[in-house]
Write a protein that binds this ligand. Sequence first.
Ligand code: ATP
Length: 424
Amino acid sequence: MYIGIDDTDSRENYCTTYVGTILQEELQKNYKMDTPKLIRMNPMVKYKTRGNGGVCLRIIEDEKKLDESEIESIRKLVIEMVEKFSDFDCENTNPGIVFLSEENYQKHEKTLLNYYNSVLYDILKVEDSEKVLNEIGAEYIKYKKGHGIIGALGAIASKPPFTYELLSYRKSEKWGTEREIDVDSILKMDSETFPFTFNNIDGKKSIITPHTPCPVLYGIRGISREILEKVKNIVKSDELDKCQIFITNQGTDAHLRFSKIKDIYPDTGVISYGKIIENPKEIAGGHVLFKIKDSTGEIDCIAYEPTKEFRNIVRKLICGDLVGVYGTVREEPFEINVEKLKVVTLRKIYEKNKFCVCGGTLKAKGLKSGYKCKVCGKRVNYDEIELNELKRDIKEGFYEVPPSARRHLSKPIVLYDFNLETIN
Ligand code: ATP
């Protein structure tokens, strides 16, 4: 049995992963549970609270199928906990719960995969999800506007690639207070475990704690369960109330897909290759804007101010460079918000060698006359002057925004060395 939950929290109260953790704890007392999932969906959704994440729990029925009364008591428990830990007073909180049987999950895998893709790449309406939910025989519960069912089904429908996140929670009396966490212990943890854990620090700054008053104390991302079990003992912090490891699509670039420029539309994520046709320029706010073109069209790309030193890479690009741009597309202005940049080929640039063999300087005498040495009088045709290639102050390769400017879903370059398809 699959249980999807989304849109329970507000910026002030609770966290959907917390409801997931409480339910996981309760359910595993009586049932065999799969690892819970924390699934991020299209980051361009406007009414998200933070990172547009939903949760999926699964009761494994390989040894014993759930009977009617068990299903009923599970339903009751889930509803009770979602109602207890949802911020119904917040206008933007519209919880949703989805229940899907193992049998219907297996029967509709193709539909679920298509749904997962659409929840990552597109903006859905509640009715779109309801249509799919009815088609696959799922039960769903909507509270208020019911937006939560979109992500609740998205979390159930998710597929590899995956990574892991260890989420730790503080005691309820500490919610809303400043988090006590020893930054040195985080730096130590990072130096001992990176890249098997990632996005822990930006320079010397810890980025594992949220800034909201929510139950989460910290979250550590990693590529194996074992490494996350280990880090718990390294990080020194406030007393932990609970800890839970989630499987997640964070750090996988699941929100991006290759796209020709003409096929790009707003509020989606793309990987588009093209030649730079307008040199990077500074615009108000410290952002850097450039334009690329492929055989189908052209589009502006922007490196926002919070991407800090990443903009220095962008500033070094020039017209004619071939790049791959990874990012999400805004509607207005219609442009790619760059998360990663692949510099495929740098245009070669040259300067004329105006030194004569005699040591003198070659002086231009016009297109027809070419160049003449001021010292020995030697002449060189205009087109035959030697060219020296200038060194570009940037190398071909892959560049990314700093960890603190990364989206949950963005795949850090260091993870390209790992096979994330096998995590399940
Ligand atoms: P929470 O921790 O409560 O889940 P959040 O930052 O993840 O916080 P939500 O409060 O869940 O954001 O708000 C996101 C809302 O967007 C949810 O109702 C979710 O169901 C919905 N949603 C998710 N993906 C899409 C999508 N592709 N199109 C439209 N709505 C979506």
